[in-house]
Structure formats: C-alpha cells, structure tokens
Write a protein that binds this ligand. Structure first.
Ligand SMILES: [Cu+2]
Length: 150
C-alpha cells in the first residue's frame, strides 16, 4: 500500500515536472528579444528597492573608523527633531555592526538600546516625552547623535 502511494506520487511529480517544462518552453518561444532599455530600467529599479529601506537616520558607510565625528556625520542627520509621539527609524547602511544607545559612551542613560545592528537592519523608537535624547554607538564611541522631541 505504502509502495503504491510512493510510486503514484512519483508518477504525479514526473507528470507535473514535464508539464512545467512544456509550459515554460511554450512561454519561451513567442517571447521577443529582451529590450535592452527595459532591462537596464529593471536593474535600476531593483537597486533603488535595495537602498530605499525607510529610515529617518542613517548610519553611513565607514563610520566604524574615527573621522565621521569631525563633520558630525556618524549618524545622518546627527540631530533630528520630531514631534512627540512620532517614531524615529535608524538604518544601518554600513557593513559593520552599530548601535543606537541612549546617553554617551562614558555616561549611558539606559533609556534605550538597539543592541548590535546588522548591516541594513533598522531600529525604530517612538518618543512620547519631549526632551533632548543623546545617543551613541557602543562599538564606536565617536559616533554620537541626538533626537530632539518637541
Ligand atoms: Cu558604530
């Protein structure tokens, strides 16, 4: 009985597979040559999709080495102002880990901590209380930012 079921399901798979091959051949034949313009457009589209992860603050590339703090570009923007109750989303666009951690490296405030964020990971926070919220990266002490909640 079990053998029969196995055999019949194998036959079923073979039939499905040959159907799929036949169908794909059928689809392939009438298709015209790919339009080069269309192809490049769709490549552009996919690139756009990858870099269009929604974020209010970006951790750009190469901030894992000191230097970004000179022009205040470790988080972009380094200061963001939002209305109370609004959400702020950070995106790690670097290839290294980073964090969004409240306070300063030598004076953390324990209000929030993203933990280590992987490349292209996002972290979102909603700020209900007006105030000035300093934050930094636990891995790179020179990375500092600020959220101003009005
Ligand atoms: Cu960092």
């Amino acid at each position: 009985m079990i053998k029969k079921i196995v055999v019949s399901s194998i036959i079923g798979i073979v039939i499905l597979a040959s159907l799929a091959v036949a169908l794909s051949n059928f689809n392939e034949e009438p298709q015209p040559e790919p339009n080069p313009e269309f192809t490049s457009e769709s490549i552009e589209d996919s690139i756009e999709t990858e870099s269009s992860i929604q974020g209010d603050v970006i951790m750009p590339t190469k901030v894992s080495r000191p230097g970004c703090e000179v022009e205040d570009r470790c988080y972009i923007p380094s200061v963001i102002t939002v209305e109370r109750g609004k959400q702020v989303t950070w995106v790690n666009e670097d290839s290294a880990f980073h964090s969004v951690t409240s306070g300063f490296y030598d004076a953390p405030t324990d209000l929030f901590d993203s933990g280590h964020m992987d490349p292209y990971e996002t972290y979102s926070l909603t700020f209900d209380e007006p105030g000035i919220y300093d934050y930094y990266c636990t891995l790179h002490p020179w990375m500092e930012g600020q959220v101003i909640v009005e």
